[in-house]
Unconditional design. Structure first.
Lengths: 248, 570
């Protein structure tokens, strides 16, 4: 997910989200490296992962710089916790992209998202005032641009590989990266990202609608739950006294 | 037939596989695959790998056991929250909302990978899974198993009397929210460290302070009239999801909670103040643990103890308990936390299978620290690393590098079961070189300066260098406790001695990887290696060869030892 920082008032939260997004990308690239048997590609993915890990750390430095410069106060939510990369949806607990997508679609996805990431970093740079942090972001932007280009190179390598194994290269080069094809992929990813941003931005609003319903349900369910007594198993033989099929 | 055990949804998901002789064949943590430290998701990647490596299917799996009873676990907290908090409370709402993401969805997740119409699913009590995970390694009976953790289904601490394979009596429990584990985590949170991750850091920090808050803090959690009771006015884990301590805790210490982005600088006033809090909390934990052990002994007169649950990872407390006069033996499993409970769950399934039993065995210790089938491809190393020695000579060459004061990473064979690196996923160097160890800890691993680095020593020299307590002898083999170094050698191993004058020493035999390297090194009068896990702080331990290369690059490591040889970065 890439957030558009120009529309987000909380700069520190935005930087934190960026760091989770970069961390998620690092994990995706590492997963991709494990999936491929092509040594060159493997190293390529690992190098990409290295950059994303480094970006995560740089973003934490930028966050600290902002706090030092008096832009917002530190809160617990700015404590980086790797597990949040899953709960925030940057990594799908049901599978890495490389598991869910065909290689071609995976590279398309990476290309589009690196491009979007670059755009988002450009927005972010407009809101950062200290020179050090700004230079760091500029360096990240350059690298994200490189990653988008790398994706094209990787795509080339994959298809060369396919040529060797499946004699598909000719077919590939005929259809390879027509501007239209990449444009479609790019627009699709952009739309998906906008939808995600829209959802997260409106979580608070959704809470106003659903929390009263939830409170009502808890009220009823709570009364039922309070009637349930979980039996005490003191002095019992735990190996034989309980039904091993029971979830209670 | 095979028996699977699964632990998931709370923290550190894992899968264990036991065969029809009751032996562990494999154990995998999800975080090793997903690379998300403490990953609590359903362990799909771990399970997929085990299914693939052992050709598991509905015909050869007898039972799959989940490590807790999901509905009981969910209802216990919800019931407490509904009863004690206003309805609109965050914890209640969050718990209710996330019911679908809790362990209650276990069967649904599992069904994506195996045909459950033909496999029987069992559920073991959470604390029984812990007890069995310890019993798997230490089978002397009768013994007392103490399980002390944050929270399992209904209970936070238990005392079990193990009479035999089929008879484990539940003698005592403390129910939620009266939890020693959650108390320690709440102070960890207050000190600005992450819960379920920062407890090690707090224990390290505790060596630098004085227990000045001990009396005040011990009023908030006590063991009286055979009951462990916590004053929940001081602890918000019963009502909030964003914080574990209440406003009363900063007032109690007259100190604001630490922001995690503020570096703790050794020698400063701030450092000392937070270290005092850590020391006080550590002392409260040790004091309460001692009381629970005393109670268990008084009740049964049994002197053989097992300890598991997250609190059993507190190696300093394990040493103190091992010194109690009534403790003949105290054993901790290599993986005492929730991930290791998958082993206990698998064993529960095995023991539930008609007449299956496990025999007493003295050889079990040291044998099953690295279970699993090794399937590994490192051919891509050719592009980036230079092989400087093949596997016939690699250990001798590694010892030469250690003599030359180099740091060597290992990604050798199967990974360790527990949280401590015992040589297979380690960063090792000469333990007699203090500067090198400091570089390893802070520059390479990017850890705080106050965290200790552990030494490894051969069995034959352990007693020369350290005060070894025989009642906890097995714990030294997987770094589950600490030992005091002997005065005459202390100066020569300063880098691996912590501020409290202890070392989390690992004893190894000559058959283990580090034992083999130490055997070469002793000719050059190097008797100890410094050993720390091969990972950057906040990352899981390196698992695959890809992880190893990536970590080498991130940490600036030059040398890597694998089962196929010794490599140098090109």
């Amino acid at each position: 997910m890439i957030i558009s920082p120009e529309k987000n008032n909380n700069l520190l939260s935005t930087i934190m989200e960026f760091s989770y997004a970069e961390y998620g990308s690092a994990l995706e690239m590492l997963a991709a490296s494990k999936k491929t048997t092509n040594p060159k590609l493997k190293i390529g993915y690992i190098r990409h992962a290295l950059d994303e890990y480094r970006h995560t750390q740089l973003l934490h430095k930028i966050l600290n710089n902002q706090i030092k410069n008096g832009i917002g106060k530190f809160e617990n939510k700015f404590r980086f916790s790797p597990k949040n990369v899953i709960s925030k949806g940057y990594i799908d607990k049901n599978g890495f992209l490389v598991e869910k997508f065909k290689l071609k679609n995976f590279v398309e996805f990476v290309y589009s998202n690196e491009f979007l990431a670059k755009q988002s970093f450009e927005y972010l740079s407009k809101r950062i005032s200290d020179t050090n942090s700004l230079n760091t972001i500029k360096d990240i932007i350059k690298e994200e641009d490189g990653h988008a280009d790398d994706s094209l190179t990787v795509m080339n390598d994959i298809m060369k590989d396919e040529n060797v194994h499946h004699g598909m290269a000719k077919k590939f080069y005929l259809t390879k990266f027509s501007e239209a094809q990449l444009k479609v992929a790019f627009t699709r990813e952009k739309f998906k990202n906008r939808m995600r941003t829209f959802y997260f931005k409106n979580l608070k609003f959704l809470g106003h609608i659903f929390d009263p319903i939830l409170n009502f349900l808890i009220n009823i369910f709570g009364k039922i739950v309070n009637l349930i007594s979980i039996p005490n198993d003191k002095d019992e033989n735990l190996m034989s006294s309980k039904n091993p099929n029971s979830v209670v | 037939m095979y028996y699977l055990g699964i632990s998931a949804y709370y923290h550190d998901s894992s899968v264990a596989l036991i065969d029809d002789k009751g032996e562990i064949l494999d154990f995998k943590k999800e975080e090793w695959h997903s690379r998300v430290k403490g990953d609590k998701s359903f362990p799909r990647l771990a399970l997929e790998e085990i299914i693939s490596n052992f050709d598991l299917n509905e015909k050869n799996i007898k039972f799959i056991t989940f490590y807790e009873r999901p509905v009981r676990a969910w209802i216990t907290i919800l019931k407490h929250s509904v009863k004690n908090n206003p309805i609109a409370n965050d914890l209640t709402r969050n718990f209710f909302k996330n019911a679908f993401n809790s362990s209650m969805r276990f069967q649904m997740d599992l069904s994506k990978y195996l045909n459950l119409n033909k496999i029987k699913i069992l559920y073991a009590d959470h604390h029984l899974s812990h007890t069995l995970s310890t019993y798997y390694y230490y089978r002397d009976t009768p013994s007392l198993s103490l399980v002390i953790d944050g929270y399992g289904d209904k209970y936070c601490s238990s005392i079990h009397l193990i009479k035999s394979n089929k008879e484990i009596i539940n003698l005592w429990n403390s129910e939620y929210p009266n939890s020693l584990g959650l108390f320690y985590s709440a102070i960890t949170d207050y000190l600005g460290f992450e819960i379920n991750e920062g407890e090690y850091k707090m224990m390290g920090l505790a060596s630098y302070g004085e227990p000045v808050h001990f009396k005040k803090l011990s009023k908030t959690i006590k063991f009286e009239n055979d009951k462990l009771e916590i004053d929940t006015d001081y602890y918000d884990y019963v009502r909030r999801i964003d914080r574990s301590y209440s406003e009363l805790i900063p007032k109690l210490f007259d100190l604001q909670p630490r922001n995690s982005n503020e570096t703790l600088i050794l020698g400063t006033d701030t450092f000392k103040k937070y270290a005092d809090v850590a020391t006080s909390a550590q002392k409260v934990l040790e004091d309460l643990l001692q009381k629970i052990f005393e109670y268990a002994f008084k009740k049964t007169s049994i002197k053989k103890f097992l300890l598991s649950g997250g609190v059993a990872m507190n190696s300093v407390a394990v040493k103190k308990i091992g010194e109690l006069p009534f403790v003949d033996t105290l054993n901790v499993p290599p993986s005492p936390g929730d991930s290791g409970a998958a082993i206990g769950a698998a064993l529960y399934g095995y023991l539930k299978d008609d007449e299956k039993i496990i025999n007493k065995s003295n050889e079990i210790i040291n044998k099953n620290f690295y279970p699993g089938k090794l399937i590994s491809d490192e051919s891509f190393f050719d592009l980036v690393l230079e092989k400087i020695s093949d596997n016939t000579n690699s250990l001798k060459e590694t010892s030469k590098l250690i003599i030359e004061n180099e740091i060597v990473a290992t990604c050798y064979g199967n990974i360790e079961t527990g949280p401590r690196a015992l040589g297979h996923r380690s960063l090792i160097c000469n333990a007699h070189n203090e500067k090198l160890i400091s570089k390893l800890s802070t520059e390479v691993k990017k850890r705080n300066l106050f965290r200790p680095t552990a030494p490894v020593i051969l069995e034959e020299f352990a007693n020369d260098y350290f005060e070894i307590n025989n009642s906890i002898i097995n714990c030294y083999y997987h770094m589950s406790t600490v030992a005091t170094p002997k005065e005459k050698f202390k100066n020569s191993i300063k880098g691996v001695v912590h501020a409290d004058n202890t070392s989390r020493v690992q004893i190894c035999n000559k058959e283990q990887l580090l034992g083999k390297i130490l055997t070469f090194l002793k000719n050059d009068k190097i008797y100890l290696i410094a050993n720390t896990s091969f990972n950057i702080s906040s990352d899981p331990m390196v698992y695959s060869k890809e992880d190893a290369y990536l970590a080498m690059e991130r940490m600036g490591i030059k040398y890597l030892l694998t089962e196929k040889g010794l490599y140098k970065k090109k």
